[in-house]
Design a binder for this molecule. Structure first.
Ligand code: KE4
Length: 428
């Protein structure tokens, strides 16, 4: 595949931008290749700077659930742009999107818009701390909630329940307030809660984990977290930045029937423009400035262009049959890839929730970070590069999720499965 222009641009970018990218995972480091520079996209196809075309399963890491350049979204953003890009003042579009989010998401009675998922989770944690008067938070290994200091923390060694920084630049004093449990292990949560009685402000969890690959919640896990938080006065936060409006119109909380106290959103509700949101019970949200004392702010929060793209996107998602059609396409592609692996004699562990799916390069079950981390990432890298050569663009890491959009056709799915069959044969 000719990627001469991408390579040239990458060399230029590396002199100007750290690592040549504005977000680390885009650098293709874990697959040992230079990244492709993307010029444009349409539907489920992206085109790089060397005019190679790819069937896109990254979808900008989730936002592009209706496909790239959907005419309704392009028109909405163009109309908004003609009225003005940003005012730093309240607008009617913020009310319209807020109402749509509140109508859709069971836990949300009030919502605040921000400009990224990181801002949403960082703000939700501060609000939970302000609401409870408690300092500690609890997260799960393998879950990613953006790059706020409190969340770039890993479990302390041995019996130490306190967190330690997971990145230079995060003070130990911050990290010690973050406790880390094992995903799908209520026992690990109960132990930490018992050892830190009445000091935990919130538990934040991806109700469908999408940042260690796609890992569904085990039976009873979410219900168990709900019970623990209710009994202990802990704010339960579902980080649905990825799963929100993805696995169903009401998100994972609608799909699994478990209602958190707060929810964070992003990605899809901005239709590809910068957005994040956090919302929940009125009694919690009203603690937020200026109605309450917990401070949070943002120059471009509720930006008219992002609101317009979000409104147009949700208007498409709420059409009857949207998720049923997406479910069928997603089932076909995930099962087709798993079948190709099996026929090639290469064992993968395949997971899927709605239009989020993952092929784990392991023959064992994957239910948490420990089991995900045991995957053969070298074999995954070979598969990734093979699929790229076949014209299929997957996330450049074993520990990410693939996304199907409404724009993927049966022909795209057939091509993907055929490509996978060839790639697995090369790996065996
Ligand atoms: P942003 O700040 O990247 O908008 O959102 C952070 C975030 C929060 N919560 C969840 C569940 C997320 O998945 C994310 C961001 N997802 C990654 C994909 N694994 C974004 C890709 C990137 O970091 O470039």
């Amino acid at each position: 595949m000719n990627n001469k222009r991408s390579s040239l641009l990458f060399q230029q970018a590396k002199n100007l931008i750290p690592g040549g990218v504005n977000s680390p995972v885009r650098a293709f480091k874990s697959v040992g290749s230079d990244p492709l520079f993307i010029k444009k996209a349409s539907g489920c196809t992206i085109y790089d700077e060397d005019d190679n075309a790819f069937i896109d399963y990254v979808g900008s890491w989730g936002p592009m659930i209706v496909g790239h350049c959907h005419p309704d979204i392009v028109a909405a953003v163009n109309r908004a742009m003609e009225d003005g890009a940003s005012f730093g003042a309240p607008t009617e579009r913020e009310i319209i999107l807020a109402e749509m989010v509140i109508d859709a998401v069971p836990s949300i009675e009030m919502v605040r818009m921000v400009s990224s998922g990181t801002e949403a989770t960082m703000s939700a944690i501060r609000l939970a701390r302000g609401y409870t008067g408690r300092d500690n938070i609890l997260k799960f290994s393998g879950c990613y909630h953006g790059h706020a200091d409190a969340l770039l923390v890993k479990a302390g060694s041995g019996a130490a329940t306190f967190g330690v920084p997971d990145s230079p630049g995060v003070p130990a004093d911050f990290a010690k307030h973050t406790l880390t449990a094992e995903y799908n292990s209520l026992e690990s949560v109960k132990t930490l809660v018992a050892n830190n009685k009445d000091s935990i402000a919130c538990i934040i969890v991806e109700p469908v984990a999408g940042n260690m690959g796609t890992v569904p919640p085990c039976e009873g896990f979410l219900e168990g977290l709900r019970e623990i938080c209710t009994n202990e006065g802990i704010v339960l936060i579902f980080d649905e930045v990825m799963s929100g409006f993805r696995v169903s119109y009401g998100g994972a909380q609608e799909l699994y029937g478990v209602t958190p106290d707060m929810t964070t959103l992003g990605k899809i509700i901005g239709g590809g423009l910068p957005v994040g949101a956090f919302g929940g019970k009125r009694e919690i949200m009203e603690k937020l400035s200026p109605s309450g004392g917990v401070y949070q702010a943002g120059t471009l929060s509720g930006n008219p262009l992002a609101m317009s793209a979000g409104i147009a996107t949700l208007n498409i998602l709420k059409q009857p049959g949207f998720y049923q059609a997406l479910e069928e396409k997603s089932r076909l592609v995930a099962e087709g890839i798993a079948k190709s692996a099996k026929q090639a004699g290469y064992p993968i562990y395949s997971t899927r929730v709605g239009s989020m799916f993952c092929a784990f390069f392991t023959k064992s079950e994957v239910r948490d970070w420990t089991s995900a981390a045991a995957c053969d990432t070298k074999a995954f890298a070979k598969y990734f590069m093979g699929m790229l050569d076949e014209g299929v663009y997957l996330a450049p890491s074993q520990f990410e999720t693939a996304f199907v959009s409404a724009a993927h056709t049966e022909a795209d799915i057939e091509r993907t499965i055929t490509a996978a069959a060839r790639c697995f044969k090369q790996i065996v």
